[in-house]
Design a protein around this ligand. Structure first.
Ligand code: SF4
Ligand code: SF4
Length: 122
C-alpha cells in the first residue's frame, strides 16, 4: 500500500521527502523541469517500497502511510499521486487538475497555514 502526499504540501513543497527517499519515487524534484509547475509533489505508487522515511522528514505532516490511513478530506488526492508520471505532460495535467479541484473544494483547509493544516484533516 503506497504512501500518499496530501494538501499540506501545497504551499510548502520543500522537497525534504525527496532527500530521504531511498528509491527516488517522489517527483518532481527541484532539478526537474516540472518542479515549478507542480502545485505539490507526488509519490509513485508502484515504486514506493513503504519504508516510511519520508513521513518524519515532512515538516508539515503531509504524508500518510496508506490509502486507508488517508483521511476522507484527502482521498481525492490519492489519484493525483497515482496518475502523475515524471515527463508525461498529460499525466502532469491530470494530476494538477485533481489538485486544482481539491483546492477549489477545500477553501477552508487552504485558508489554514500549511503547518497547521494536517491537524484540520477530517
Ligand atoms: S515510504 Fe519510503 S519509498 Fe515510499 S515515498 Fe516514502 S521514503 Fe520513498
Ligand atoms: S516533505 Fe512534505 S511538504 Fe515537503 S515536498 Fe515532501 S510532502 Fe511536500
Amino acid at each position: 500500500m503506497p504512501f500518499v502526499i496530501t494538501d499540506p504540501c501545497i504551499g510548502t513543497k520543500d522537497t525534504a521527502c525527496v532527500d530521504v527517499c531511498p528509491v527516488d519515487c517522489i517527483h518532481p524534484k527541484k532539478d526537474e523541469a516540472e518542479f515549478e509547475q507542480a502545485t505539490m509533489l507526488y509519490i509513485h505508487p508502484e515504486e514506493c517500497i513503504d519504508c516510511g522515511a519520508c513521513v518524519p522528514a515532512c515538516p508539515v505532516t503531509a504524508i500518510y502511510d496508506s490509502h486507508d490511513a488517508t483521511p476522507s478530506s484527502q482521498k481525492d488526492l490519492i489519484p493525483a499521486n497515482t496518475v502523475y508520471r515524471l515527463g508525461d505532460a498529460d499525466a502532469m495535467a491530470k494530476a494538477e487538475a485533481i489538485v486544482a479541484a481539491h483546492v477549489a473544494a477545500h477553501t477552508d483547509l487552504m485558508a489554514i497555514d500549511p503547518k497547521e493544516r494536517q491537524a484540520a484533516h477530517t
